[in-house]
Design a protein around this ligand. Structure first.
Ligand code: 3UK
Length: 530
C-alpha cells in the first residue's frame, strides 16, 4: 500500500469534513496533487532568491527527502528544522514528512540551552540549519554532546558554513524521484515545541491528517483562500501560525506563498507588499500597530484581507487599519496544540475587540472551576474540541494529561461569550505572557535577572504598552539599593537580552526595596500587575 490518493474536502457538510484515503501522506496531498491537477507550472513559492513552480518544488522536496534518507534518517525519526523562511525550509519539511520521518521546526530566536534541550528531547538524527544560525546550533551541540548530523542550508543572509555538509550538495546528488513512505492519516507528521510557564518546552505531536483539516476549516471555510491568492505571512514558518499561513493554506488550493528570510520590520513588510502585492497578509498585533505608526507604510494594492493571531488584537488597531487600508484584519485565536485558529472573526462579520465565533469544525465551551458551563456574559475557562489537536506532548505524560482530555483540550485562556455568540478574551489562567505573539515565561525572565550580581530578588509581570499590548515589566530588589540608577536599568536590560531570546527582556524595570509577599513568602504578582 503506497500513499497515492488525495484527501477530499467537503465544505458543504456541517461541520465541514475532510475524507482521507487510508494510505495517505500529507506531503503528496500538498504538493503532488497540485501537479496532478494541472497546476504544475503555477508559482508555489517566491523567496528572496527565486520563484519556484509546484512541479519544481515537488522535485526539490523529493531531492530533500532522498538526501535525508541517504544521511540515515529512518521513518519516525526526527529531523530538526532550524531554518529561516526559504524554499529550502519547505522542501526539507515536506521531504522529511514524505519519507515518513518527523520534521521538528524550531523558533530561530531562542538560546543554545533551548536548542540543546530540543536536540536531546527529540533525539533528532539530522539537523538542517540555515547558515546564519549555525553558531547557535554548534553551541547547543557542544552543551548536549549529541551525535546529530548537521546539514547547512545557505541563505541570502550569509554566514560561514565552515566544513559542514551543505544541503545544496546533498540535494544535487539525490534523485528527484521519491517513493513516499507508507504512512496513514494517523501517522505522526511533525512536532512543534511550545513553552510553558515552568519547565522545559513541550513537543506537541501532530499527525498527517491535521494539516489539510486546518486548511479546510479555517483557511477555506473562514478565510475563503483560493488558487489566485498570494499569501505573505510575516509570522515565520517555525510558528504553527506561520506554517499554516505560508505552507499548508496556499498549498491546499494551489495558491502562491511569499517568503523572506529577513527579520520582520515595518520596512521589510513594506518592501514585500510593494514587490509581491499579496492578497492575504498575516501578522501579529504588535506588527499591525508598528505598521500603522510608520509613515511610509502602504498596504499592497491587491490586499483583500489580513489575519491577526498570537495575542488579542486591540480594537483601536483594527479600526485604524480598516480606516487606512479599506480592508479588515480578522483576529482569531489558535494554539500550537490545536495547530491553527479555532475561534475567529470572519469576512463580513468583524467585531473588533473580540475573537469572533467558533470556526466550523471546532466545538468550544467556557466552564467554571467545577467544569460546569458558565452563562453568557460570565467569564470562565475556554476548552476546545477538534480533530486537529496534538495527540500529546512528547515524553511528558503529566503535562499531557493536564491539557488533553479525550476530545477536549484545555486552552489555559479565560473568555466571555456574549448573548450574540461573540467570544472576548479576558486573560490567561496562568502567568504566561504573549509578547509579539510569542510565549514568554515570567519565571524565565526572573531567573535571568536574578543571575546578575547586583540583584537580590525580582518579579516579572505583564504590563500594557501605549498600544494596549503586553510586554514584560520587572520589579527588582537590589542587594544594595543605593546602586539603583538609570545606567543599572540599562545594564540589566542588556544582560537579559544577552541571556534569553531578545524579545523576552523587560521593557520597564522598577527598582523597589521589597516585593509584596504572602505570610508564607510567596510573591503576590497580582499586586504588581496593572
Ligand atoms: C494566545 C491569543 C487572544 C492564547 C497560534 C494562531 O498563538 C498561537 O499559538 P501558541 O501556542 O499560543 C497559543 C495562545 O496564544 N492567543 C493566540 N491568539 C490569540 N489570545 N487573542 C488571539 N487572537 O493564550 C492561546 O492559548 O504560540 C495562533 C495559529 C496557530 C497558533 N499556534
Amino acid at each position: 500500500m503506497r500513499p497515492m490518493d488525495f484527501s477530499v474536502t467537503d465544505l458543504t457538510s456541517s461541520p465541514p469534513r475532510v475524507v482521507f484515503p487510508r494510505a495517505y501522506n500529507a506531503a503528496i496531498d500538498l504538493l503532488d496533487r497540485n501537479v496532478a491537477e494541472g497546476r504544475g507550472d503555477k508559482i508555489a513559492v517566491v523567496d528572496d532568491r527565486e520563484r519556484i513552480s509546484y512541479r519544481d518544488l515537488a522535485r526539490r522536496t523529493n531531492r530533500a527527502g532522498n538526501a535525508l534518507r541517504m544521511l540515515g534518517v529512518a521513518p519516525e525519526e526526527r529531523v530538526l528544522v532550524f531554518m529561516l523562511d526559504t524554499i529550502d525550509f519547505i522542501a526539507t519539511f515536506l521531504g522529511a514528512m514524505k519519507i515518513g520521518a518527523v520534521p521538528v521546526p524550531v523558533n530561530t530566536l531562542l538560546t543554545a540551552d533551548d536548542y540543546a534541550y530540543m536536540l536531546e528531547d527529540s533525539r533528532a538524527r539530522v539537523a538542517v540549519v540555515s547558515d546564519a544560525l549555525l553558531p547557535k546550533i554548534e553551541a547547543a551541540i557542544a552543551k548536549c554532546g549529541g551525535t546529530v548530523t548537521l546539514v547547512v542550508a545557505s541563505t541570502p543572509l550569509g554566514g560561514d558554513p565552515k566544513t559542514h555538509r551543505m544541503l545544496e550538495d546533498e540535494m544535487k546528488n539525490a534523485s528527484d524521484d521519491l517513493e513516499a513512505a507508507a504512512t496513514t492519516p494517523d501517522d505522526v507528521a511533525f512536532w512543534l515545541y511550545s513553552s510553558g510557564s515552568t519547565g522545559a518546552p513541550k513537543g506537541a505531536v501532530h499527525l498527517h491528517a491535521h494539516l489539510m483539516r486546518t486548511a479546510a476549516y479555517y483557511a477555506q471555510g473562514v478565510l475563503g483562500i483560493h488558487e489566485s491568492d498570494r499569501v505573505y505571512s510575516a509570522a515565520k514558518l517555525f510558528f504553527a501560525y506561520g506554517l499554516g499561513n505560508a505552507l499548508t493554506f496556499p498549498f491546499s488550493v494551489g495558491a502562491t506563498s511569499l517568503l523572506t528570510a529577513e527579520r520582520v520590520t515595518p520596512a521589510v513588510v513594506a518592501r514585500m507588499m510593494r514587490a509581491h502585492d499579496p492578497s492575504i497578509f498575516c501578522g501579529v498585533p504588535t506588527l499591525f500597530a508598528s505598521l500603522l505608526a510608520s509613515d511610509s507604510f502602504a498596504a499592497s494594492k491587491s490586499l483583500r484581507v489580513s489575519t491577526s493571531a498570537g495575542e488579542a488584537l486591540p480594537k483601536h488597531v483594527g479600526d485604524a487599519w480598516h480606516a487606512k487600508t479599506g480592508s479588515h484584519i480578522l483576529d482569531g485565536i489558535g494554539s500550537t496544540e490545536l495547530l491553527h485558529i479555532f475561534l475567529s472573526n470572519r469576512p463580513g462579520d468583524v467585531r473588533y475587540g473580540t475573537s469572533g465565533k467558533p470556526v466550523p469544525g471546532y466545538q468550544l465551551k467556557i466552564v467554571d472551576d467545577s467544569g460546569e458551563l458558565v452563562a453568557d456574559g460570565e467569564e470562565g475557562s475556554l476548552w476546545v474540541a477538534g480533530n486537529t489537536a496534538a495527540t500529546m506532548y512528547w515524553n511528558q505524560r503529566e503535562r499531557s494529561l493536564a491539557t488533553f482530555h479525550g476530545p477536549w483540550t484545555r486552552t489555559g485562556d479565560r473568555y466571555v461569550r456574549d448573548a450574540e455568540g461573540y467570544y472576548t478574551y479576558s486573560g490567561r489562567a496562568d502567568d504566561m505572557l504573549k509578547v509579539g505573539g510569542i510565549w514568554v515565561s515570567p519565571f524565565e525572565v526572573e531567573s535571568a535577572l536574578a543571575s546578575h550580581e547586583a540583584v537580590l530578588e525580582c518579579a516579572v509581570v505583564g504590563h500594557a504598552d501605549e498600544n494596549g499590548l503586553v510586554k514584560p515589566k520587572a520589579f527588582v530588589v537590589l542587594k544594595d539599593h543605593a546602586r539603583a540608577s538609570d545606567s543599572l536599568v540599562i545594564e540589566l536590560k542588556a544582560f537579559v537580552k544577552e541571556k534569553l531570546a531578545p524579545y523576552k527582556y523587560p521593557r520597564w524595570i522598577e527598582m523597589v526595596t521589597e516585593l509584596p509577599k504572602t505570610a508564607t513568602g510567596k510573591i503576590q504578582r497580582f499586586r504588581l500587575r496593572g
